[in-house]
Design a protein around this ligand. Structure first.
Ligand code: PRP
Length: 206
């Protein structure tokens, strides 16, 4: 039986919808349960950032995770397909009155996504001091904790309502189906069948 790690929240619901359409049965977690067995699959509900860890360690064979999380984790995983859900961008935000000066020698950036931030500013040959936060990133520039933030932008409302603007888009993200490399080899047929079925469902709904 293939085990599939899903990130809690909206992406889990949308992924289960894709499975419902694919297998024509209801896929729903009961109340606070974190495991669901249905249609010959076992689904796990985990935190977004933990999905790659479950898949890398083969506690799950497959996972659904945002490309942003995948880029941040830099783990050796197989990317199977873009599910086209959970679309967002990773952006640099600054106070409305500030501008990003790529010629300045040093910038302080608050973020949950340390690697993405470091890699981006390294590519611009800028020294960056990264301050790791776990949420409410938009507060940092307002209270003088940082010059800028690197964060997820979905609707843009959080930045707007806190007096910040996007000064640069680093990457576009959407949820991807990923697999453990060994699982892919040992369950190749099952994986490919699942891949083809999901691919058909996605094509039909586009
Ligand atoms: C994310 C992100 C932004 C917000 C962006 O936070 O870190 O704060 O969503 O969404 P918007 O562009 O639609 O306003 P999340 O809700 O995951 O909470 P967190 O701050 O606890 O990480």
């Amino acid at each position: 039986m293939l085990t599939i790690a899903l990130p809690k929240g909206r992406i889990a619901d949308e992924t289960l919808e894709i499975f419902e359409k694919t297998f024509d049965t209801k896929f729903e977690f009961e109340d606070r349960k974190l495991i669901l067995e249905r249609g010959g699959f076992r689904f796990l509900l985990v935190r977004n950032q933990d999905v790659p860890t479950y898949v890398l360690n083969q506690a799950a064979d497959i996972g659904v995770v945002g490309l942003d999380v995948l880029m941040e984790k830099e783990m050796d995983l197989m990317k199977l397909m873009d599910l086209g859900i959970g679309k967002c961008k990773v952006c640099i935000g600054m106070k409305n009155e500030d501008e990003l000066d790529l010629n300045c020698s040093q910038i302080t950036v608050a973020t949950k996504m340390e690697n993405i931030a470091k890699n981006y500013f390294a590519s611009k040959a800028m020294a960056v001091k990264v301050i790791k936060l776990y949420g409410s990133i938009e507060l940092a520039p307002i209270v003088g904790l940082s010059d800028a933030i690197v964060d997820i932008v979905e609707t843009g409302d959080t930045m707007k309502q806190n007096g910040l603007k996007v000064v640069e888009t680093i990457m576009e993200s959407s949820a991807h189906l990923i697999a453990n490399k060994n699982s892919f080899i040992s369950h190749k047929e099952e994986m490919l069948t699942l891949y083809n079925k999901i691919n058909d469902t996605i094509k039909e709904s586009n």
